[in-house]
Design a protein around this ligand. Structure first.
Ligand code: MN
Length: 271
């Protein structure tokens, strides 16, 4: 029986997490280890300077979950290191309340947890849901409709657990607020590019300390065919295969040439 680890970055009591857990239960055994509070935008942060606390808590469906004061990545580490009875076969992170597309993925705790899964050699999926209605209420579960993505993700899981699929690749799933098709249709995409509309806003002063907000305006994006943003535009679920290979091939060549030309290295040394 498939053992699925469910985690998130919105906190163990997030409506998105319980929706995902319920959707995956017909697939096998579902274990939940999640942060005890909202740790969104913490990316791949880990807790190294203090011990971590773990508590068993009861979810809305009466089941028991592990709540920790660690980060999403810490939660996946806990599973690997034996907190659960048995090591999971697959990591599913979410359902995040809010999209994680384009450049967002580098800040996202939801995607970070899935990345930890593939780094540990497990198939992994990150799932995020677009909000409906007032963006100022983005943490309020009533403004998210999880039905379509909850029908899609359980069908996606066996595709990467039961079929040959590169183990270092995670699937980043983003679902539109109002899918254009029923059943929902998905599109394989690459990451698009965000346009962040952030501004330095001085909120007040307190002696020598100044208080700013620097993130605020809703971000836009570059409209480009084939991207995650383009899929959402037409009401389809976006699925982007992502990996953690950060080394740039062009950069290797360009840097080797520069170092060699200036007597600081050897051309082609990286090869
Ligand atoms: Mn989140």
């Amino acid at each position: 029986m498939t053992h699925i680890l469910v985690t998130n970055d919105d906190g163990v009591f997030s409506p998105g997490l319980i929706a995902l857990k319920r959707a995956l239960e017909p697939m096998g055994r579902v274990s939940v280890i999640a942060p005890d509070r909202n740790r969104s935008a913490i990316a791949r942060g880990i807790t190294i300077h203090t011990p971590l606390h773990v508590e068993q808590v009861e979810l809305d469906d009466g089941s028991v979950a592990y709540s920790t004061d660690g980060t999403p990545v810490d939660c996946v580490r806990f599973a690997m290191l034996g907190l659960l009875d048995g090591v999971p076969d697959v990591v599913v992170s979410g359902i995040n309340m809010g999209l994680n597309m384009g450049d967002d993925v580098t800040y996202s705790g939801t995607v970070a947890a899935a990345l930890e899964g593939v780094l540990l050699g497990w198939p992994a999926i990150a799932v995020s849901q677009q909000h409906i209605g007032d963006p100022d209420d983005q943490w309020d579960g009533r403004h998210y409709e999880f039905d379509a993505v909850c029908r899609f993700v359980p069908r996606l899981v066996p595709l990467i657990t039961e079929h040959p699929f590169p183990r270092h690749v995670l699937l980043n799933v983003n679902a539109p607020a109002r899918p254009a098709h029923d059943p929902p249709r998905a599109r394989v995409t690459r990451l698009g590019r965000r346009i962040y509309n952030d501004a330095l806003v001085l909120e007040g002063t307190d002696g020598l300390r100044r208080r700013y907000t620097i993130y605020g305006e809703r971000p836009g994006y570059h409209a480009e065919e084939g991207t995650d943003f383009a899929a959402l535009e037409v009401g389809e679920i976006s699925v982007s295969p992502l990996h953690f290979e950060l080394t740039d091939e062009q950069g290797l060549d360009a840097l080797s040439g520069l170092l060699a030309d200036h007597g600081l290295g050897h051309a082609g040394e990286h090869q």
